[in-house]
Every structure is written in structure tokens, then in C-alpha cells.
Design a protein around this ligand. Structure first.
Ligand code: B1M
Length: 209
């Protein structure tokens, strides 16, 4: 299995009380925020997912690991934003779809888009399609970004695509999240799909500029 470092191990073990101390140590010894996220925290939560799938881990461990990851991510967010570009670009409305409370991936995508200078309105998780499309109209968003992590909730993405047409607004829709594929995006008539946060930035640029 992939080497996830001390921080990654702490996420896997759900060491919620110790993660911030470890993170400060990593930063003090020269660790870069982006690298700690990409090389330790994200691989660790993916490993937790693998263990959950293979029933080595159960729900309480999954929750503890997610909370540990969230604590570290909150601490890193301002550091990652310091790298942000200057000029404001188009506005983007982001949300995790209704019925789905997974937001770690969405938060990373939001952060990356903000870093590229986009004005991101993050509506949070478990957001009904109507609220998403209304926000897009209010903010005159060029793009709606939807995240879904479950086969039971990805179907909700189609509601947003339909409502965008109904509202008659000129807003593109990009979809992503572990279970989502290009094929699914095409099937529901979304304008774009991105497999990860880096690709999300590329696809957003293609769709709105
Ligand atoms: Co849950 N969960 N979970 N979970 N969870 C999954 C998704 C699951 C695959 C685990 C499993 O069973 N193998 C499974 C879904 C099965 C399915 O439908 N196929 C599952 C389940 C079943 C559940 C519950 C139902 C469990 C239960 O209660 N019995 C429950 C759901 C509650 C609900 O939503 N209504 C639940 C709860 C939770 C926690 C709360 C414990 C926690 C979430 C905490 C949080 O998000 N705040 C959690 C976690 C952590 C996971 C796993 C382990 C990890 C998800 C994650 O954060 N990945 C996950 C296992 C897995 O995915 N294999 C699992 C890291 C993150 C960086 O990746 O989100 O994919 P990801 O985002 C990536 C890309 O996908 C992409 O960029 C990101 C960065 O590169 N991306 C986009 C994401 N959104 C994008 C949008 C874009 C573009 C790219 O454009 C707009």
C-alpha cells in the first residue's frame, strides 16, 4: 500500500486529538500545505475508504477518520489560499447534491477554483436542485459545480441540469465525485465532467471562458 506519512497514518487511525499537533510539526519542519494534502491526507482517506469497503473498518472509524481529515484540512485552507491568483474571474456555484453529505472532495475542488481566482459560492452539502439553480441565477454564475459520492445521490444531478433549462439561465453544469463518470455526465446532459480537483479547474476554464 501507498506510503501516507505520519499525518496520513493519523487520519487512518482517526487520531483527532493529535492531528493538529502533528500537522504543526510537519509545517514547522518545512512541509508544504499542498503536498501534505495531496501526498498524505488524501491518500489516507482513500485508504480508509478501501478498508471500509473490505470491512476491515466500520462506520464509526470512517467517521472518526473523516473528522480527523477535516480538522487538518481546515488548518491548511488559509495556507493554500495564500497561493491564490489576483484577478477575479467568473462566478461559480458549488454544492454537494441533495441527500449526500460527503463534502471533502467538493471542498478541495472549491479551494482549487478559488486559488485560480474564481469567485466560488459554496452552498455546502445536501443541497436541493432548486436552491442550487436559484443561487446560480442570483449570482449570475457562469458555472454550477455538482459533487455526488453515492450511486443513490448522483441521480439528483440530473434535476439540476433540467432546472437550468427550465429557468432559462445561461449557466453550464460540471459534475464530479467518486461514482460519477464521463459517460454518466453525457447521459444526464451535463456540460462537463472532471475526475479530480486539478481536472476540475481545467474543465471550468474550458466551460466558462
Ligand atoms: Co461515505 N460512502 N457514507 N462517508 N465515504 C463512500 C462514498 C462509499 C463509496 C464507501 C463505501 O461503501 N465503499 C459509499 C457509497 C457507495 C455508493 O453509493 N457507491 C459511502 C456510504 C454508503 C456512506 C453512508 C451511506 C454510510 C452509512 O451511513 N451507512 C453515509 C452517507 C450519508 C449521506 O451522504 N447521506 C456515509 C458517510 C460518510 C462520512 C460522514 C463518514 C464521511 C464523509 C465526511 C465528509 O465528507 N464530510 C464518509 C467518507 C469519508 C467516505 C469515503 C471513505 C471517502 C470520501 C472522500 O472524502 N474521499 C468514501 C469511499 C470512496 O470514495 N471510495 C465513502 C476523498 C475525496 C478527496 O475524494 O470525494 O472523490 P472525492 O473527490 C475527489 C474527486 O471525486 C473529485 O475531486 C475530488 C478531489 O480530487 N470531485 C469533483 C469531487 N467532487 C467533484 C466535483 C467536480 C469535479 C470533481 O465538479 C463540480
Amino acid at each position: 500500500r501507498k506510503e501516507v506519512g505520519t499525518l496520513g497514518e493519523a487520519v487512518i487511525q482517526g487520531e483527532k486529538e493529535r492531528i493538529l499537533e502533528l500537522l504543526e510539526q510537519a509545517l514547522d519542519s518545512g512541509g508544504q500545505a499542498g503536498e501534505l494534502l495531496d501526498q498524505q491526507l488524501i491518500p489516507a482517506i482513500m485508504e480508509v475508504g478501501r478498508r471500509y469497503e473490505s470491512r476491515e473498518f466500520f462506520l464509526p472509524q470512517l467517521i472518526l477518520s473523516a473528522e480527523t481529515m477535516q480538522k487538518a484540512f481546515d488548518r491548511l485552507t488559509p495556507l493554500l489560499q495564500e497561493q491564490a491568483g489576483s484577478a477575479k474571474k467568473a462566478s461559480i456555484v458549488m454544492a454537494t447534491v441533495e441527500g449526500d453529505i460527503h463534502d471533502i472532495g467538493k471542498n478541495i475542488v472549491c479551494l482549487m477554483l478559488r486559488n485560480m481566482g474564481y469567485e466560488v459560492h459554496d452552498l455546502g452539502k445536501d443541497v436541493p436542485a432548486r436552491a442550487i439553480v436559484q443561487a446560480a441565477r442570483e449570482k449570475q454564475a457562469g458555472l454550477i459545480g455538482l459533487s455526488a459520492l453515492m450511486t443513490t445521490t448522483m441521480v439528483r444531478m440530473e434535476d439540476t441540469v433540467r432546472l437550468v433549462k427550465e429557468f432559462g439561465i445561461n449557466t453550464k453544469v460540471m459534475v464530479g465525485g467518486a461514482v460519477v463518470t464521463q459517460r454518466f455526465a453525457d447521459m444526464i446532459g451535463a456540460d462537463g465532467y472532471a475526475p479530480d480537483a486539478v481536472a476540475a479547474v481545467r474543465v471550468a476554464a474550458r466551460l466558462i471562458e
